[in-house]
Design a protein around this ligand. Structure first.
Ligand code: KIV
Ligand code: ZN
Length: 386
């Protein structure tokens, strides 16, 4: 099976979330947790952007011992110099050079012709490569770039010494089938006598970031880029925890694995949520509060008999203590009895049970959630006010 590398950009692309501003101390704490989670490379920031961004990359480069540290740079010499300076003490430094290649970006944002963009790729990837061994190149807005020009841009970067080729879906525009074909086309047509690693970098504007990332893996991508909890510009980046767990659950289908320490997933998500101030939605895949909660009677009964009936991911796999069976109006007798036993009421007769269960159903119609206190009150013959 292929081993897929993970690059986390929570501290760079993730920090581009409106309202998110990590302190240097928080960035270092997140970087350490990402290392523990098994991330192979951390994009620690964009050193040329501000003195604090520079310091954070430097601090992280000084701290991490196992994980590669990357700094982002536009195809501009001073950006590359700043990235190199910040990464001086990194054990495994990488510089990530990007320039846009789509018609709309080249014409309106860069005001450069396609030939000028190609010349800039040669110049700046070559320069970055003269400073560090591992250079990543991104043709920004790749998925709205004309196919043959994309190939030319990527081949130019490879010829100039780039090892990682990142194909950003900058505006979350692509679809799984289309992105799969883009990767296949590039992997089949880029030539080099070195090993080149292709990576997806997906934004979630159309809600397809995870599906697109997995499609790129299926097409042969060797590294994925994304953020914890999917934080990032607009609708965010791909949520790496979703990709990591999907790879684990469907590893036969993808014929690929990763080094992500899955039982550190919940702790990683919780830390990023706390420092970013962005709560994880309850119904979020993999790490949401409801990801292991079953409320309907049929599901609760199934899970009590065998969790595999309704759980493809175990809570333990991602570091959550256990699943929960919240009681509500759709809950059945099996979950109700289990809750009574949990609370120590295991000597209830059949007749009492019948009566308690009907009282519970009446109460559940009036309340969104039935608490342990409600159950105790039912047994004691009273009900708790809403
Ligand atoms: O989404 C994007 O295009 C980026 C690049 C800088 C890689 O984040
Ligand atoms: Zn991005």
């Amino acid at each position: 099976m292929r081993k897929i590398e993970f690059l986390d950009t929570s501290l760079r692309d993730g920090e581009q979330t409106p309202g998110v501003n990590f302190s240097i101390k928080e960035k270092v704490a997140i970087a350490k947790q990402l290392e523990k989670w098994g991330i192979s490379a951390i994009e620690a920031g964009f050193p040329a952007a501000s003195p604090d961004s520079f310091e954070a990359v430097k601090e992280i480069a000084n701290t991490l011992t196992k994980t590669a540290v990357t700094g982002l740079a536009r195809a501009v010499k001073s950006d590359i110099d700043a990235a190199f300076d910040a990464l001086k003490n990194a054990k495994y430094p990488q510089i990530h050079v990007f320039i846009a290649t789509s018609p709309v970006h080249m014409q309106y944002k860069l005001k450069k012709t396609p030939d000028e963009v190609i010349a800039s790729i040669t110049e700046h990837v070559t320069y970055a490569r003269s400073l560090v061994e591992i250079v990543e190149f991104s043709p920004e807005d790749a998925t709205r770039t004309e196919k043959d020009f994309l190939l030319k841009a990527v081949q130019t970067a490879v010829d100039a010494g780039a090892t990682y080729i990142n194909i950003p879906d900058t505006v979350g525009y692509t679809t799984p089938t289309e992105y799969y074909e883009t990767f296949k086309f590039l992997i089949d047509n880029v030539t080099s006598d070195r090993d080149i690693v292709f990576s997806p970098h997906c934004h979630d504007d159309l809600g397809m970031a995870t599906a697109n990332t997995l499609a790129a893996i299926k097409a042969g991508a060797g590294r994925v880029e994304g953020t914890v909890n999917g934080i990032g510009e607009r609708a965010g980046n791909v949520a790496l925890e979703e990709v990591a767990v999907a790879l684990k659950i469907r590893e036969i289908y993808y014929q690929a694995t990763s080094d992500i320490v899955l039982n550190e997933t919940f702790a990683t998500s919780e830390l990023v949520s706390r420092f970013s101030g962005i709560p994880v939605p309850k119904n979020k895949a993999v790490i949401g509060g409801n990801a292991f909660a079953h409320e309907s009677g049929i599901h609760q009964d199934g899970v009590l008999k065998n969790p595999e009936t309704y759980e493809i991911i175990t809570p333990e796999l991602v570091g959550v203590k256990k699943n929960s069976l919240p009681l509500g109006k759709l809950s059945g007798r099996h979950a109700f009895i289990t809750k009574l036993q949990e609370l120590g009421f295991d000597e209830v007769t059949d007749a009492e049970m019948k009566e308690l269960f009907s009282k519970f159903k009446v109460l559940a119609d009036k309340k969104n959630e039935i608490t342990d206190a409600d159950i105790r009150a039912l047994v004691a013959g009273t009900t708790v006010e809403n």
